[in-house]
Design a protein around this ligand. Sequence first.
Ligand code: ADP
Length: 177
Amino acid sequence: MKTLLLNSLEINIKQSDITKETTDAIVNAANKEMIPGGGVDGAINRAAGPDLGSAQRKLGPIETGEAVITAGFALPAKYVIHTAGPIWHDGANDEEHELAASYLNSLNLAKEHKLTSISFPAISTGVYHFPLDLAVKIVFETLTEFSQNPGTVQVINLVNFDSKTNVVYEKYFAMKL
Ligand code: ADP
């Protein structure tokens, strides 16, 4: 795990399974329909139990970049913040702004609920095919913007399932900070 400071925000970059996170909230890379799917969404739903899927479905559909909150049910995290990241087409369909919105809206929801810690997966970089290098740049810029006015939020964990993704995150953040 690598720990960095962004203004007063503690950023932890780690290779792990997000379902094990003990932060106040974990973020789910959901789909707009809010129907539990594969990837990290499937893993979170398996670990949380069937009540999460029921709560999730009731809140859908959502817009790309929007974020909504449910309980965490059987997860160690108290809440799950669900956001629909953009599907990458060619970059000419507002994908970059939409990915930034997914992160910023999730963070603002955590702030509104007076949470202190939140964990993110690498939203849209799986089956949604957002280029990883560009995604990491957007994550860094969005967290930097949020760090100006983080409210109650003190700790942000960037939780990467695979080592390749984790190395790209570590290198980019180390270069910038
Ligand atoms: P998207 O549809 O937004 O691309 P995916 O679930 O396909 O979402 O992938 C997003 C990222 O989440 C990928 O880097 C994938 O490896 C990762 N991932 C999958 N399972 C987990 C997990 N249990 N914990 C953390 N990250 C995960």
